[in-house]
Design a protein. Structure first.
Lengths: 288, 167
């Protein structure tokens, strides 16, 4: 079960609830019922006992939707020339249930690009497939993190997080739940307004618009470009460039996005699979 | 209709839509919101304190909130047993129910019901009814700065409630 981990997430969810609007027919029906009850001073039968009326209402609604479907191309802001706002992209991303994408990382060490298939469910479960026989699964809420070697059938449970400090000291703690997985955390932390809007271009069969962000952190520069399909208002490609203060560079490209298609929650289980040898491991990090 | 009933009908005409929307946002069920709106006005028709209330609009909205959160408390809080969408015969499926995880919204709304009345009211007014801090301040007789502070504290408290409810 998904739970919000930060005040920002809670605020986003509350805003999403605030955006809920009942269908006009539903409100009309509710108000009519309440009025009738007031006048008659007795409760009016619920909608369950008025199925014929509901069916008629549904028919009318369907007809209305058909008309609306015909009208939308003439009414939509997109066609009226209103540019897509990045705030709407953020909102739409946060409404997705799951996302899958290909992550390609290229460092300036000459090793060539490394590619992973990333799947995220519910904004806290992440599965990363590296190559053909290595999978990591992370539950950002519980802090459980496992690494599977599918060829050797070894499951490494990562329970300790070791941080190495420049003076040679180290600390060792239980793995702490992360606030959110990166894809969602990054977009939440981006401002609503990009530094630059980039001209339209084609990615595959989609015409996309670009939003460019640049931020300096401790002397390093982070450049992020979100290429978004204006129809779905969802990213189709994200490019992240890191330029270190010492001149080092890394580039991450997220592409081939698929939204809301993950059905199998078992793929994100952090329980060791049957037949696997279980080992304990540690996550190593270097303090800045 | 007596004057009391007329006052209620007038309130229903002017605020019925907003009240229904509020009930639906708290219950996440169109059919339940419909039932609760009717219950609300039947209760108000019988309520002596409503007759004597100074600000009848504020009274109605607060009663609607109480009614909806009472409904939530009565429900089994296990999201696994809660229906994911409205009743099949009801066409008013939440537009975002299929997009945002329903259980997440249920959890946050249940936690909202556990806040102190003032914190809950501020969060509901600001987020669920989308009132500005200045509007809420006027309604509650506080400064906008105080309301912002209350809202911030309420979010922190919500986070703490959600964290403590973690298995």
């Amino acid at each position: 079960m998904n739970a919000p981990e930060s005040d920002q997430t809670i605020s986003d969810l509350l805003q999403a609830i605030g955006d809920i609007q009942p269908a006009a027919g539903s409100t009309r029906r509710a108000v009519e019922r309440a009025r009738a009850a007031l006048v008659e001073s007795s409760p009016v039968p619920s909608s369950k006992s008025r199925r014929p009326d509901m069916n008629r209402w549904i028919t009318v609604s369907v007809a209305g939707l058909v008309v609306l479907g015909v009208m939308i191309p003439f009414l939509s802001p997109r066609d009226a020339g209103v540019p897509l706002a990045f705030a709407d992209v953020k909102k739409n991303v946060l409404r997705t249930k799951s996302v899958q994408y290909v992550l390609t990382r290229t460092d300036d060490d000459g090793r060539g690009p490394q590619t992973s298939q990333v799947s995220i469910l519910g904004r806290y479960l992440q599965r990363t497939e590296n190559g053909t026989d290595h999978v990591t699964i992370e539950n950002a809420r519980t802090g459980k993190y496992v690494s599977l070697d599918t060829k050797a059938k070894v499951c490494t449970v990562l329970q300790k997080q070791v941080t190495l400090y420049p003076d040679g000291s180290r600390t060792e703690n239980d793995v702490q739940p992360l606030p959110k997985v990166d894809f969602y955390a990054q977009i939440v932390n981006l401002p609503d307004k990009p530094q630059k809007r980039l001209p339209k271009k084609k990615i595959g069969d989609k015409t996309v618009v670009g939003f460019y962000f640049e931020k300096k952190v401790n002397g390093d520069t982070w450049q992020r470009t979100y290429w978004v399909d204006p129809k779905s208002k969802l990213p189709v490609r994200i490019e992240v460039n890191w330029i270190g203060k010492g001149g080092g560079t890394s580039k991450w490209v997220m592409s081939d996005f698929i939204y809301n298609e993950i059905k199998d929650r078992k793929l994100f289980s952090t329980e060791p699979p049957k037949g696997y040898t279980v080992k304990e491991g540690k996550i190593f990090g270097v303090a800045p | 209709l007596d004057s009391h009933q007329k006052k209620l009908v007038s309130l229903l005409d002017s605020h019925g839509s907003s009240l229904h929307a509020l009930l639906m946002r708290i219950t996440l069920r169109a059919d339940v919101a419909e039932e609760l709106l009717q219950d609300l006005f039947i209760r108000l028709a019988k309520s002596g304190s409503f007759r004597n209330s100074g600000d009848s609009v504020a009274y109605v909205f607060r009663s609607a909130m109480n009614l909806a959160f009472d409904w939530r408390r009565r429900q089994d809080r296990s999201p696994a047993t809660a229906p994911m969408v409205s009743e099949p015969e009801c066409d008013d499926v939440l537009p975002i129910a299929g997009l945002i995880q329903r259980e997440e919204l249920d959890r946050i709304l249940n936690a909202l019901g556990d806040l102190s009345p003032i914190s809950r009211d501020v969060v509901v007014l600001h987020y669920l009814q989308q009132h500005s801090y200045a509007d809420i301040a006027q309604r509650l007789g506080k400064s906008a700065h105080q309301v912002r502070g209350l809202c911030s504290k309420a979010l922190t408290r919500l986070r703490s409630i959600l964290a403590s409810a973690e298995p």
